[in-house]
Design a protein around this ligand. Structure first.
Ligand code: NAD
Length: 379
């Protein structure tokens, strides 16, 4: 199996799909790995590091595309690259198959097999391949660091000879992987933290991190699906949450929002009216910006000032921590790749639950019904 690691094409991308440690793990299983020169530079890995791990270095992207059996990526290759893929090769990464299925068509026409890291089922055996959780961990941490940097206040309680500085108040909306990491980070910096989630199970986790859980009585409504994810809520239930959030936001210095419902637009949790009532100098860090945002005023990809409240809508926050984001992602990917690598050869067992769940296309045929429907809808 010949694996090629390319420089990411997306302009704001700093991560790399496989680090030198990932190369070592694959080489130990008999794979041959080549790296496009400079692919790891932003993530702290030089060409020499890759060579020391057993990879060869190439300056010809086209040659790599034309000869690779497997191309692990962070983001899907651009169309022009997909057209140069060897027929029947494998591309694996954050392919956004439900959001942008049309952007994968050129690879599918080349007869490619596509695996989406977003679709890896969240079963116990796949935990070491859970790239969404890895990136959410990095994002939750970085969101707090960015907010603390921008806030015109200190985070911790300080008692000085000149008087006492009260701790910053942080409100976290959505207590999944990113939200819990944000809570832990804000607590470590000394903030007082409050959090909200529709899943009752999140309440215990929030409290165990030393934060207060914002209780909202949804009248016993079932808010979780079988997989433990939040369901899309009724307008009435969403409104109850919004009212409680608006009350808590009045006192917050920083609001970090992470609420998402897989496959849907992010729920609207902070209407413009609630921002009107927030204190000037406060901050909203909207991690749901890639899915439309949890705040009505968020502009994805931009930072805006609304009556003194700064609203951040980062689209690729994990890329702002490329060394550790790449390290985690590379481990997730190399664990996945071990599933399709047998005695140094590519061998795809389509009966495997992880492979079946994450496979978008096999040999140029779309095999995921939701992706087929999304492609039809986008046509
Ligand atoms: P996510 O990114 O899809 O959503 C983030 C959070 O937003 C979730 O906690 C969700 O409940 C919350 N949310 C959605 N709509 C909301 C609304 N209207 N109001 C308030 N909150 C809302 O979720 P995630 O972080 O990827 O994880 C979700 C769940 O999956 C968690 O229970 C997590 O522990 C679990 N999980 C399991 C595994 C596993 O391997 N078994 C791995 C990762 C996560």
């Amino acid at each position: 199996m010949f694996v090629a690691i390319l420089k990411e094409a997306r302009p704001d991308e700093t991560r790399v799909a496989l680090t030198p440690d990932g190369v070592k793990a694959l080489a130990a299983k008999g794979a041959t790995v080549a790296v496009e020169s400079g692919a790891g530079l932003h993530s702290g890995a030089s060409d020499a590091d890759y060579q020391a791990a057993g990879a060869t270095i190439s300056t010809s992207r086209d040659e790599l595309l034309a000869s690779a059996d497997v191309v692990p990526v962070v983001n899907a290759l651009p169309t022009a690259d997909q057209q140069k893929l060897k027929s029947g090769s494998v591309m694996i990464g954050f392919l956004r198959p439900l959001d942008e299925p049309a952007a994968l068509e050129a690879a599918i026409q080349r007869g490619a097999t596509l695996f989406s890291m977003e679709l890896v089922p969240r079963i116990t055996r796949a935990q070491s391949m859970d790239a969404l959780s890895s990136m959410a961990t990095v994002a939750g941490y970085k969101a707090v660091i960015l907010a603390a940097d921008h806030l015109p206040k200190l985070f911790p309680l300080l008692m000085t000879a000149a008087g006492t500085i009260p701790p910053a108040k942080v409100l976290v909306l959505g207590a999944g992987v990113a939200g819990l990491q944000a809570i832990a980070t804000a607590r470590r910096l000394g903030a007082v933290v409050e959090a909200y989630d529709v899943r009752a199970a999140a309440g215990e986790q929030v409290k165990s991190l030393g934060a207060k859980f914002l209780e909202v009585d949804l009248g016993g409504l079932q808010t979780e699906d079988k997989g433990g994810y939040a369901k899309e809520l009724s307008p009435e239930a969403l409104e109850l949450g919004r009212q409680a959030i608006a009350r808590a936001a009045l006192f917050a210095d920083v609001v970090i929002t992470t609420a998402q419902v897989p496959g849907r637009r992010a729920p609207l949790m902070i209407p413009a009216a609630a921002v009107n009532d927030m204190r000037p100098g406060s901050i909203i860090m909207d991690l749901a910006a890639p899915a439309g945002g949890n705040c009505e005023l968020t502009q994805p990809g931009q930072t805006i000032d609304y009556r003194g409240v700064t609203i951040f809508g980062p689209l690729n926050i994990a890329a702002e921590m490329p060394v550790h984001a790449s390290m985690l992602y590379s481990r997730n990917l190399s664990n996945f790749l071990q599933l399709i690598l047998k005695n140094g050869e590519l061998k795809i067992d389509r009966a495997d639950e992880i492979i079946a769940g994450s496979c978008v296309a096999f040999g140029g045929e779309i095999v995921n019904e939701r992706v087929a429907a999304a492609l039809k809808a986008s046509a």
